[in-house]
Design a protein around this ligand. Structure first.
Ligand SMILES: Cc1cc2nc3c(=O)[nH]c(=O)nc-3n(C[C@H](O)[C@H](O)[C@H](O)COP(=O)(O)O)c2cc1C
Length: 217
């Protein structure tokens, strides 16, 4: 399959939550991880690490914890009561679909971030564990999502596992100095990529000072 152009990739990169069970070949996984690790990081510290979860029992464990998190967060919804009439409802329905079947997805890629105090947090204010280095992990995650789209793989950025992060970290044997930042379920998609819905940049952009939304000249 020919690579779509970068802009076509960005403009059709929506969350793909309905995925086939076909396995992801190792060379494809290697390419995704190579793309992720090209991301920038402060002082090139590269504070990421990955757990490629493919073992059925481990996937089931993660799915159960993730699903518990989703049900805690979206408890007031149930699959039967959700219509198809708004984007928000469609997203919630798709999120529930993924949550209940996540163990069937061939690859759950856990992106971990090394814990590190942001330099804005003064030493006297540092209590407990440092947060993982989100600022560096997110460009890495976005590179992986772009690479998935380029290779025809469906993926979505998820974070609800964090409601049960400690239990998942223990099961996966993650050392204390890493946090579990993003979980990316990856598989060949059942649906089509795009279109995506976003606020037009003209509504979000100010020129020289806040409130001036007409470009100069
Ligand atoms: C920080 C962050 C956390 C997210 N967490 C979840 C999640 O836990 N579960 C999920 O299904 N989607 C999650 N998403 C995906 C968003 O719901 C999705 O990107 C958004 O609704 C836009 O839809 P689209 O990606 O299909 O265009 C998350 C996205 C971001 C950026």
């Amino acid at each position: 399959m020919a690579d779509p152009g970068l802009f076509e990739i960005m403009f059709s990169l929506r969350s793909m939550r309905k995925l086939k069970t076909d396995p992801i070949p190792q060379d494809v996984l290697d390419k995704l991880l190579a793309a992720g690790t090209q991301a920038p990081s402060g002082q090139n510290t590269q504070p990421w690490a990955f757990i490629a979860i493919q073992d059925p029992a481990t996937k089931k464990f993660v799915q159960e914890k993730y699903d518990a998190g989703i049900k805690e967060r979206f408890g007031k919804f149930s699959m039967d009561k959700i219509g198809d009439d708004t984007t928000e409802k469609r997203t919630t329905k798709a999120a529930l679909h993924l949550s209940e079947r996540m163990h069937e997805v061939p690859l759950l890629l856990m992106v971990c971030g090394k814990r590190d105090w942001p330099f804005q947090t003064l030493p006297e204010n540092r209590t407990g564990k440092a947060p993982p280095n989100y600022g560096a992990v997110y460009p890495c995650v976005q590179n992986i999502l772009l690479a998935c789209r380029a290779l025809g793989l469906g993926a979505s950025l998820t974070t609800t596992h964090r409601l049960h992060e400690a239990e998942i970290a223990e099961r996966l044997g993650v050392p204390d100095d890493y946090g579990l930042v993003v979980l990316i379920p990856i598989g060949y998609p059942k649906g089509k990529f795009g279109p995506i819905s976003r606020t037009p940049p003209a509504e979000l952009t100010h020129y020289d000072s806040w409130g001036t939304q007409t470009p100069p000249g």
